[in-house]
Ligand binder design. Structure first.
Ligand code: ATR
Length: 273
């Protein structure tokens, strides 16, 4: 069978092997899908060895998403904009192509699974690192009215807004001003605070009565932000489990040429947590 893998550090709790195997069963496809732990210094060599040995495709997760784009020979627009990649696919001549499915996965989870029409929403993006860059353009493409980017270090937020280059729609504010910038229809937590075990101290006033709050992570890492959203009276508080399944579906389609049904896989993962 063809061999696939996800590279990360740590990687023990990755759901990607189970998700890809569940998709493969829908089509009777036999594949191997390994979880490979690679420390940052060993990442590039581990990836090259995997593909030299016949690997058919790789997913890449923290902390290697920027490294994955850096080692690729070609990149999709989504990966170039984000500055990161979560999918690596071999091309003829030993070349590697990088792609990023995070933004498309988020928007599909919001619009198709949760049936939210993002058009006209005022959106607040918390964070300006790799995860934030991975979703910013897609939120704009999905029709949000304005995207306000707020990051603890203002320079990264300014750099993201500059890269988007639509000052009338995408602009930045200071983290210190969060108490004074009113409320938003959509609040996306793209910081790594939860993953790092830190709490975000956010004013309740950010979440309007019809606010949709979304954390790009899931499980324990998302718990603090979602508890804040509920306490703030937000209408919806979603974690990123659906986004994870959608991003995996895009990689699966890229590699196998068929589109898996994500709903049963999402339901099974949701039931387990
Ligand atoms: P990722 O790939 O998860 O986006 P990253 O590129 O290291 O990881 O970005 C982490 C993001 O989380 C950054 O926007 C970071 O803010 P800084 O640029 O100021 O470092 C943000 N972040 C991490 N911990 C945070 C905290 N405790 N409070 C606020 N923002 C935090």
């Amino acid at each position: 069978p063809s061999r696939y893998a996800v590279f990360g550090h740590p990687i023990g709790h990755s759901l990607s092997p189970a998700i890809h195997q569940a998709f493969a069963r829908q089509f009777g496809i036999a594949l191997e899908y390994a979880a490979i732990d690679a420390a940052p210094a060993a990442f590039a060599d581990a990836v090259r060895a995997f593909f030299a040995d016949g690997g058919a495709g790789a997913n890449v997760t923290l902390p290697h998403k920027a490294g994955a784009l850096a080692l690729a020979d070609e990149a999709s627009e989504a990966a170039r904009r984000a500055g990161t990649a979560n999918v690596l696919t071999p091309r003829p001549g030993g070349r590697l192509a990088a792609h990023n499915t995070d933004g498309a996965g988020l928007v599909r989870d919001l619009t198709e699974r949760h049936r939210v029409d993002l058009r006209g929403h005022t959106a607040l993006l918390l964070g300006a690192g790799g995860a934030a860059r991975g979703v910013a353009w897609h939120l704009l493409d999905a029709g949000v009215d304005t995207l306000t980017i707020v990051n603890r270090s203002p320079a990264a937020a300014d750099a993201l807004a500059d890269a988007i280059g639509e000052p009338a729609r995408a602009h930045t504010r200071y983290w210190e001003d969060l108490a004074d910038i009113g409320s938003f229809d959509l609040i996306v937590n793209a910081t790594s605070a939860g993953v790092l075990g830190h709490a975000l101290d956010l004013p309740f006033a950010l979440a309007g009565a019809r606010a949709l709050c979304y954390d790009l992570s899931y499980g324990e890492a998302a718990a603090g932000f979602l508890a804040w959203a509920r306490a703030a009276g937000a209408r919806y508080a979603f974690d990123g489990l659906g986004m994870l399944v959608e991003t995996a579906a895009d990689a699966f389609e890229l590699w196998h040429g068929v589109r898996p049904d994500t709903d049963p896989v999402y339901a099974e993962l949701r039931a387990r947590r």
